[in-house]
Design a protein around this ligand. Structure first.
Ligand code: FES
Ligand code: FES
Length: 162
């Protein structure tokens, strides 16, 4: 089967019942996506499917035929972290990092749709993820920080175009 992984067309073989998470990791070698519970609870395996955050452990690989799959490896540009990744670094929003790829992918999708979230909104989104290390507060702070930074930046752009 063939799909577009982080913008690059990739092909590989899979069993009919193989999970997308296993295909991405084992066949395509993109091991940034982690697998925890394998039944849709922990959120570690979250990727974007055609731009929308999805649990890759709840999807068969064959269902991704011809689709665009984005993983945590696609967030940075070369050695430059995305603004969201950088906010996680600044706020110490990760410790072991096992949950981090999935949380980044959920929050990246969420912030595209909701640029001005409240703390409660962010906590609700994070309720779909299990992090055993951070206590969540630094993650919430990182997400709110990057949302504010983006709003400031777009405000500056509007002023400079006025
Ligand atoms: Fe997919 Fe836990 S591994 S939600
Ligand atoms: Fe360890 Fe979240 S940073 S599980």
């Amino acid at each position: 089967m063939t799909l577009r992984l982080n913008g690059v067309v990739r092909s590989g073989a899979c069993e009919p019942r193989e999970l997308l998470s296993d295909f991405i990791r084992h066949e395509l070698g993109a091991t940034g996506t982690h697998v925890g519970c394998e039944h849709g609870v922990c959120g570690a395996c979250t990727v974007h499917v055609d731009g929308v955050a999805c649990r890759s452990c709840l999807m068969l690989a064959v269902q991704a035929e011809g689709r665009g799959i984005d993983t945590v490896e696609g967030l940075a540009s070369g050695n430059t972290l995305s603004d969201l990744q950088d906010a996680f670094r600044r706020h110490h929003a990760l410790q072991c990092g096992f949950c981090t790829a999935g949380i980044l992918m959920s929050c990246a999708d969420y912030l595209m749709r909701v640029p001005d979230p409240t703390e409660d909104d962010v906590r609700e989104i994070l309720s779909g993820h299990i992090c055993r290390c951070t206590g969540y507060t630094p993650i919430v702070e990182a997400v709110l920080d990057v949302a504010a930074l983006r709003r400031n930046r777009s405000g500056e752009k509007e002023v400079s175009h006025a």
